[in-house]
Design a protein. Sequence first.
Length: 260
Amino acid sequence: MTPKCPPCLSVIIPVYNESQNLHRALLGFQCLRELGAELILVDGGSNDGSLDLLWQHQSLWDRCIVGSPGRARQMNAGAELAQSELLMFLHLDSKLSAPPPVNKMTELAAMGKWSYFTLELSSKKFPYSWIASSINWRSRLTANVTGDQVFCLSKKQFLDLGGYQDIPLMEDVALCDRLKRRARGVCFSTKVETSSRRWQKNGILKTIVMMWWFRFLYRCGVSPNSLAKRYYPNINFDVYSAPSYQSLESIIQPATTEAS
């Protein structure tokens, strides 16, 4: 039997209470698997039916584990499972406009460099188009990149950096700070579309001011735990326990057995 080739890319996607968007998002990510990538889903203990949906649609992902909430620790857990030497950290509400340039990403990663994509929002109307353009210009001028723009780097570099800091907020800012000390990120023209729901739900001006204010407080030394309590008022970060994960199968099958 011919041994199976390792994936060209490991795509790590954190999930938490996304039952409304989960199936549609997974269908959109199948183009990555067609390129030879593996999809690694890391659920943070969803309680809205997301786990059942993931089980129903096993054919749409390659690996899935479930455990502690927290985007940073979820992505770290996914990176540990990755079989490719090239990692891509992708949000569930993101869509790629075209297949990613895997060959170029691999070349950059081999040189110790990292990359990211050009951001656009799901609403193309003004001022959402202006917001996306502003974020892209900021990234090109200052090399400050956020998780919505999709971090792409080698697994070795990621592990050498210690992965994402285990903090409940600003994990992408902290990772970018460490990456920039080694090399400036390369921006691809490939566009990644992220949902406009944050701006639409909270209001454009309020969201922009809040994001900049939280980043300013973080730079001033305010703890990410304190900021997270303000950003996610419905989550109790006082019981933010040590990370622990297990396969989706080990959770779903016992529950199914008990029900029968």
